[in-house]
Write a protein that binds this ligand. Sequence first.
Ligand SMILES: Cc1cc2nc3c(=O)[nH]c(=O)nc-3n(C[C@H](O)[C@H](O)[C@H](O)COP(=O)(O)OP(=O)(O)OC[C@H]3O[C@@H](n4cnc5c(N)ncnc54)[C@H](O)[C@@H]3O)c2cc1C
Length: 339
Amino acid sequence: MKTKYKTSLKNLNSFGVECFSSNFNIINNEKEIIDFITLNNNPETIILGGGSNMLFKNNIDKPILKIEIKGIEIINETKEKVLISVGAGEVWNDLVSWSLSNNYGGLENLSLIPGNVGSAPIQNIGAYGVELKDVFESCRAISIETGLLRIFKNNECNFSYRSSIFKEEFKNKYIITNVVFSLSKFNHVINYTYEPLKNDLKNNNILSPNINDISKSVITIRSRKLPNPKETGNCGSFFKNPIIKDLDFKELTKKDKDIPFFKISKNKIKIPAAWLIEKCGFKGLKDGNTGTHDKHALIIINHGNATGCEIFNFSQKIKNKVLKKFNILLEEEVNIIDK
Ligand SMILES: Cc1cc2nc3c(=O)[nH]c(=O)nc-3n(C[C@H](O)[C@H](O)[C@H](O)COP(=O)(O)OP(=O)(O)OC[C@H]3O[C@@H](n4cnc5c(N)ncnc54)[C@H](O)[C@@H]3O)c2cc1C
């Protein structure tokens, strides 16, 4: 383990916010985590992956563990499926590229999502009709309080929309060290129900896409729609899309007939947070060093020198206005880290 006592976090968070850690530790294997816990026993330890879903409000005095456990290994194979064990510190998109180069199916719709493998189960990453839970077999995780190792199977993770047991009951309680994925070798399930994906494939005359076609199309759409954090600091969607009751939705449509929605169960409706934010006049708005993206109101951006507090305060202005106008309380998708 390597420990540093004054480390800039500017290049370690995709908002590009400048702040410092006074206790920064780079972790390369499980033993280093257990040794750290034995010596420090600090339940407030912060776990850092690629920093693409974190907003640091201030300098950080709590210990940070930057997980860099590497390795991709096939651990079991049948005629149709392959089980892959992957170190938490592998870059997510490198894993997607590796799976495609081996013609393993299941990750193609999740191409180009920033971040690391160990963070992917935390919010059950998802895009273009697929979520991590669809390919997740199990993960190894170490308790921050006891240092004990536990294996979580898929059905023990309580995966749901942008959430899991690691974001709820066990929030900041476990360090994921390794994830096992179950991928297909033949007869891949090709998912292109998501409208923009369907249209992009159609425009390119691809009528029976394979997993590589899906990945390429997802990359094209994402690159067109989302700001590259290397050029413009951002964390993707700042808020989750709110899920409201059928009756509340009916009430809303009395005022706004054009409100877009997705019915997700008999009496639950999901509304695009971007639409609510846009209707409150925030799309493309600049507020000092921060603001929202001009193509996507749900993405808060750093115009260059924003502090974590500035970004946070701006996000709260959005939240308050949406609450006042629609009586809907937005919930942050981004993890806000205080000190
Ligand atoms: C441009 C852009 C587009 C995005 N698009 C999407 C998208 O389409 N879909 C989507 O779901 N997300 C998206 N995101 C959000 C982000 O990519 C994901 O949340 C990703 O999983 C974060 O990975 P990370 O390694 O950067 O996590 P970090 O930001 O480092 O950490 C995120 C959370 O996970 C915890 N954590 C990290 N590693 C571990 C570990 N090993 N064990 C336990 N806890 C850990 C952290 O403490 C923190 O709470 C996007 C972000 C950006 C910047």
